[in-house]
Design a protein around this ligand. Structure first.
Ligand code: ATP
Ligand code: LTN
Length: 333
């Protein structure tokens, strides 16, 4: 039986990039009919690697729990939990730091990017972030990890740490595979289509947020930056704006890029954008309705998260105990 692990940071309102690149795939994996163990968590310890306001963070954590369910994750099938409520994550990160070189962390692209943006100084946790992530995955012996393209380098480090630990001590960890979709793994900004769409973008109309009102979604897509040659074709290098809209359209419609092009190639940009807007609204509206139904049901959300934390703690504590024994800390052999 396969084990699948992934997480999303509660670092703001989720975008359609987070949905198409990550959460939609968690749901598809959950529903693919194969027997599996799926762990999906709220990566709150990752979110605090950059400054967060406590009350806002708490709200985002609860909001993300409700969104996971609204997007189709079924808490009776998938273990949903909050990372900080399974203390083994922090412990495992520390243990793995003992076999991680500073140089390999300093080379991480995400660290280099995020480091530039810090005004209050760069926290040590921002540097060690990928080790925490490796621990998240290795704790559950994951076979595969569905993520967007920007996380590929972190997965590579995770694999290296697993291999390094296994050869330094003895076979302990499974070496996980990243699961990155061919289409939708990197949704681009609507305003600067050569940049990744991100929750933390300062330009509001650059990102479509999962909870944006339908008329806002349509407006944002209508004002997306494209080009002026009027031809609809997939060419990310020369036509990044149109290619991004084609990607969003094909993911929302569950069709290939070629099928999408066939449907829309004779339209002008205005007509095409209207169709993309409709497709996005069709996907997001049911999610928003479900979200509104559950976001104020604290009892239900607490039950889900308590049950999830209990199960995750059971597996994670067992793995931490095993790792400590292998390293030789504590008394147990
Ligand atoms: P932040 O802007 O706060 O760094 P983020 O929007 O990059 O956040 P994460 O929490 O880091 O979001 O990512 C959660 C998941 O969503 C990851 O698997 C990540 O690869 C994926 N993801 C994030 N942005 C995109 C995007 N634009 N396109 C596709 N997948 C994405
Ligand atoms: N770093 C990821 C979120 C994340 C994650 C994980 C994803 C934290 N731990 C473990 C997969 C598996 C990001 O998207 N920024």
């Amino acid at each position: 039986m396969k084990t699948i692990v992934s997480g999303v940071q509660p670092s703001g309102t989720l975008t359609i990039g987070n949905y198409l690149g990550a959460i939609k795939n968690f749901v598809d994996l959950q529903n693919n009919g194969e027997e599996k163990e799926l762990f999906v968590f709220i990566a709150d310890l990752h979110a605090i690697t950059v400054p967060q306001e406590p009350a806002k963070l708490r709200n985002s954590i609860k909001g993300l729990a409700a969104l996971y369910i609204a997007c189709g994750l079924d808490p009776n099938v998938t273990t949903l939990f909050i990372q900080s409520e399974v203390t083994a994550h922090a412990e495992m990160a520390y243990l793995l730091q003992t076999i991680t070189y500073i140089g390999e962390l300093e080379r991480m692209t995400q660290f280099k990017d995020k480091k530039q943006k810090q005004v209050e100084g760069v926290s040590t946790a921002l540097l060690t972030y990928p080790v925490l992530m490796a621990g998240d995955i290795l704790l559950y012996n994951a076979d595969c990890v569905p993520v967007g393209a920007d996380q590929k380098q972190h997965l590579e480090l995770t694999r290296n740490l697993a291999i390094r630990f296994n050869s330094k001590y003895s076979d302990t960890f499974k070496v996980p595979e990243p699961l990155i979709q061919k289409t939708g793994a990197k949704i681009m900004s609507l305003q600067e289509p050569t940049k990744k769409m991100s929750k933390s973008d300062v330009i509001d109309k650059a990102s479509i947020f999962i909870l944006d009102e339908p008329n806002i979604i349509r407006k944002k897509i209508a004002s997306a930056v494209t080009d002026c040659d009027g031809v609809i074709k997939y060419d990310p290098e020369n036509k990044p704006g149109i290619s991004n809209l084609l990607t969003i359209y094909s993911c929302c419609k569950n069709i290939s890029i070629d099928e999408a092009i066939n449907e829309v190639k004779d339209l002008n940009y205005g007509e095409f954008k209207k169709l993309v807007g409709d497709a996005v609204v069709d996907v997001l509206l049911p999610i928003q309705t479900k979200y509104k139904e559950i976001i104020n049901d604290n009892k239900y959300l607490d039950e889900v998260l308590d049950k999830g934390a209990e199960k995750a703690n059971y597996f994670a504590n067992k793995m931490v105990a095993k790792v400590k024994r292998k390293i030789g800390v504590g008394r147990k052999k």
